[in-house]
Design a protein around this ligand. Structure first.
Ligand code: NAD
Length: 406
C-alpha cells in the first residue's frame, strides 16, 4: 500500500467524526507548493523536489532525502505526514519535505557536496527560517545540512542558522538531535505503559531494525526492559532470557550485523515480527505489518519508530484483535521536536540551558501523548492512529478557518 493511499484511508476513517466538508477534504488533499528542479552534478541530471503540503500553522518543516526511489508522490505523502506530525506536536509549523532521486552511495564526497549546494541553489527562494525549514532524512546528515546552510547564507549574503535544522553543533546544532527520535519514543512508550498498566514486572521487548532509531532505543531501554529479540536487514537473534544489549551493539558495530552475536537463536525478520512479546518496536522500514501477517502478530503493543511500518488495512485487523499500535506521527516525533528546540534557539540567538531544552522536549512529547490517549480512550471505535490524525487535522482546519480560507 503506498504511503499516500494509507494516509487517505486514515483520513476517511476520521472524516465523519470531524464532520469534514467536501471543501475541507479538498483543501487537505491539496498542496501549497510543489517545486521541482533538475540538479546538475558533473553533467549528470537528477530530479529534485521541495513540497509544502500545508502551512496554515507556520512555515514548512520537514527533511530532505537522497534516495534512488524518491518520486513526486512520495515527497508529497511525506510532506502530508509532516503536517500531521507537526500539528499533533503543537509545533508552530506546517508540513514540508524534499528529496532528490539519486543513489548517494555512488557519489564521491566532493559530488555529495556539489549535490547539496545544487539543491539549495534550485530552491533557496522558497526556503528560510520563516518560510520552509529543511532537516536531515534518509541518507542526509549534519554534514549535508552544513553545506546547505553555507550555500544558502552565501546566496542571501547573511547568516540565518534557523533556516535548517540537524546541523553540526559548531554551526548551531542541538545536542539533542542525534538520539532524539529514540528518546521521544521511550517517553511515549513509558507514558503508554503507565496508562495501560501491564500486570508484569519485567516488560519483554522485540525490536525490528538496529540502526539509529532501533539501536538507540535498545540502549535506553536496557536493562530495565527484557529485550528478547532484535534484527537488522541481515536477520535477527532471539534469546528468551534477554539479550545483553551492550554486547549486541559491539557485535553490530564491529561486524555490521546482529546475527554475528553468539549464544542466541538466529531467526528471520518474518519470525521476529510474529514473536510473542509485550512490546514490538518497529524501527526499520515501511509496510512491515500488512494484511498478509496482521492476523499472526502476537505482540500486545506496537511502537512505530519507523515511518509507516503498519499499513492502514493492517491497522483495522490489529485493532479488532485488541493490539494497540502507538502511531508513527506520535512515537517518532522526537526528531522534529528536537529540531524545533534547535530552530527556536537559533532564531532567538539565545543559548538556552540544556536542562530547559530537555524539559521542553519532554513536556511536548508527554502532552501530545496525553491528548492522543485521552481521545483514544473516549472514542471506542478509534485506534490510536485515528485519534492522533483527528487531533492533528482539527488544528490544521482551525488554522485555515482562522485565516479565512474556509
Ligand atoms: P538506519 O538506516 O540507521 O537503520 C535502519 C535499520 O533497519 C538498519 O539496522 C537496517 O539494517 C534495518 N533494516 C532495513 N530493512 C530491514 C528489514 N527488512 N528488516 C529488518 N531490519 C531492516 O535508519 P534510522 O534512522 O534508524 O531510521 C529507521 C526508521 O525510523 C525509518 O523508517 C526512518 O524514517 C524512521 N525515523 C528515523 C528518525 C531518526 O531520527 N533516525 C526520525 C523519524 C523516523
Amino acid at each position: 500500500m503506498s504511503i499516500l493511499a494509507s494516509i487517505e484511508k486514515n483520513l476517511e476513517k476520521i472524516s465523519d467524526f470531524l464532520n469534514l466538508s467536501n471543501r475541507e477534504m479538498k483543501l487537505l488533499l491539496s498542496y501549497k507548493a510543489v517545486h521541482h528542479a533538475k540538479l546538475d552534478v558533473n553533467g549528470n541530471k537528477y530530479d529534485a523536489w521541495r513540497i509544502i503540503h500545508n502551512n496554515a500553522l507556520g512555515p514548512g518543516k520537514g527533511g530532505i532525502r537522497f534516495h534512488s526511489k524518491v518520486s513526486e508522490e512520495e515527497v508529497k505523502a511525506l510532506a502530508f505526514w509532516m503536517s500531521l506530525k507537526n500539528s499533533l506536536m503543537e509545533l508552530p509549523y506546517g508540513g514540508a519535505k524534499g528529496g532528490v532521486r539519486i543513489d548517494p552511495k555512488k557519489l564521491s564526497e566532493e559530488e555529495l557536496q556539489q549535490l547539496s549546494r545544487a539543491y539549495i541553489r534550485a530552491f533557496y527562494k522558497y526556503l528560510g527560517q520563516d518560510k520552509d525549514i529543511p532537516a536531515p532524512d534518509v541518507y542526509t546528515n549534519p554534514k549535508i545540512m552544513a553545506y546547505m546552510l553555507d550555500e544558502f547564507e552565501k546566496l542571501k549574503g547573511k547568516h540565518e542558522p534557523a533556516m535548517i535544522t540537524g546541523k553540526p553543533l559548531i554551526l548551531g546544532g542541538s545536542p539533542l538531535r542525534g538520539d532524539a527520535t529514540s528518546r521521544g519514543g521511550k517517553i511515549i512508550l513509558e507514558e503508554f505503559l503507565k496508562h495501560v498498566k501491564p500486570k508484569k514486572k519485567t516488560i519483554e521487548v522485540v525490536i525490528q531494525g538496529f540502526g539509529n532509531a532501533g539501536m538507540n532505543i535498545a540502549k535506553m531501554l536496557f536493562p530495565n526492559y527484557k529485550i528478547i529479540a532484535v534484527s537488522d536487514s541481515k536477520g535477527g537473534i532471539l534469546l528468551q532470557d534477554g539479550l545483553n544489549i551492550a554486547d549486541v551493539i559491539d557485535v553490530k558495530q564491529s561486524t555490521g550485523a546482529v546475527v554475528n552475536y553468539e549464544g542466541a537463536t538466529k531467526i528471520s525478520n518474518k519470525e521476529l515480527l510474529e514473536l510473542e512479546t509485550d512490546v514490538l518496536i518497529l524501527a526499520a522500514i515501511e509496510n512491515q505489518i500488512t494484511l498478509a501477517n496482521a492476523d499472526r502478530i502476537k505482540a500486545k503493543y506496537i511502537l512505530e519508530l519507523a515511518n509507516g511500518p503498519v499499513t492502514a488495512d493492517a491497522d483495522s485487523v490489529l485493532h479488532e484483535r485488541g493490539i494497540d499500535v502507538i502511531p508513527d506521527i506520535l512515537a517518532n516525533a522526537g526528531g522534529v521536536v528536537a529540531s524545533y528546540c534547535e530552530w527556536a534557539q537559533n532564531r532567538a540567538g539565545n543559548i538556552l540551558p540544556e536542562e530547559y531544552i530537555l524539559n521542553t522536549f519532554e513536556s511536548k512529547m508527554r502532552s501530545a501523548f496525553m491528548k492522543t490517549f485521552a481521545l483514544y480512550s473516549k472514542q471506542k471505535d478509534f485506534d490510536m492512529r485515528s485519534s492522533a490524525y483527528a487531533i492533528a487535522i482539527k488544528r490544521i482546519i482551525a488554522a485555515e478557518k482562522a485565516r479565512g480560507h474556509l
